[in-house]
Structure formats: structure tokens, C-alpha cells
Design a protein around this ligand. Structure first.
Ligand SMILES: [Zn+2]
Length: 131
């Protein structure tokens, strides 16, 4: 599974986005260490706080199916049917990803032309881990 394969799956996942408020369709494709892929899209709600992001949808789908070891995730955001910029995970998704993903986990972003790969350590410096 190449990064571009994963990006293509993330694009397909964005087509199922429920985003009547932002009109911003986000798709994610999460690759498990065993090769299984779980897709996610953003699911908005009129009570905006109840909205779930594509990344968390993918992670939660994987968890409910018994998967907890992941190697990478591709995330794309579509506006007016086009990818216009990189769509990095929000703060809540970063925290959720950190719960299950180690330092070698990669976050693959795509702006329509180029890819950008971030590491878990880059997106979660000084993260909350102990209480
Ligand atoms: Zn998010």
C-alpha cells in the first residue's frame, strides 16, 4: 500500500462526508500494521460540538473491529470538490491518534499536488500523557 494508494482511499472516504454546515468534506484512510485499512469521514451535527472528524471516525472504526496497531493515516480535505491545501489533524484528533500510535506512525497529507508526511512526534510535542 503506497502513500498515494492511501490518499486515494481517503479521497473516496471524503465522498461520504456529512458536512452540510462547513461544506468541507474530509476523508481519512488508516492503515493497520496487518494491512487492513479503515476509512473515516467527518460527520457534522447542528450542535457543532457533536461533530466527529474523519481521523477519529477511522480510528474508532478500527478499534470496534479489534485493531489497535497502526502504521499510517492519510487525510484529505475537499472544498467545492477539490483539494486546495493540506488538512492536518485537529488537536482532539492528535490526542486520539497519540493514544494508539507510536513515534513511527506517519500522517500523510496531500494538497492536490504534493504530499507532506508528518511524524507523531511532530504533531504532538509535549502531549498530555500522565495523570
Ligand atoms: Zn479532528
Amino acid at each position: 500500500m503506497t502513500d498515494y494508494d492511501l490518499i486515494e482511499l481517503a479521497k473516496q472516504a471524503s465522498e461520504n462526508s456529512y458536512s452540510p454546515y462547513s461544506k468541507f468534506k474530509v476523508g481519512a484512510a488508516l492503515l493497520c500494521r496487518d494491512g487492513t485499512v479503515f476509512l473515516g469521514c467527518n460527520v457534522e451535527n447542528v450542535s457543532f460540538g457533536a461533530t466527529n472528524c474523519a481521523e477519529r471516525t477511522a480510528i474508532f472504526s478500527a478499534i470496534i473491529n479489534g485493531h489497535r496497531e497502526f502504521s499510517k493515516i492519510a487525510v484529505v480535505g475537499m472544498s467545492d470538490g477539490k483539494i486546495k491545501d493540506f488538512t492536518p489533524p485537529c488537536g482532539i484528533c492528535r490526542q486520539v491518534l497519540k493514544e494508539f500510535c507510536g513515534s513511527d506512525f506517519s500522517i500523510i497529507l496531500f494538497d492536490g499536488k504534493n504530499t507532506k508526511t508528518l511524524t507523531m512526534d511532530e504533531i504532538t510535542p509535549n502531549w498530555f500523557s500522565e495523570f
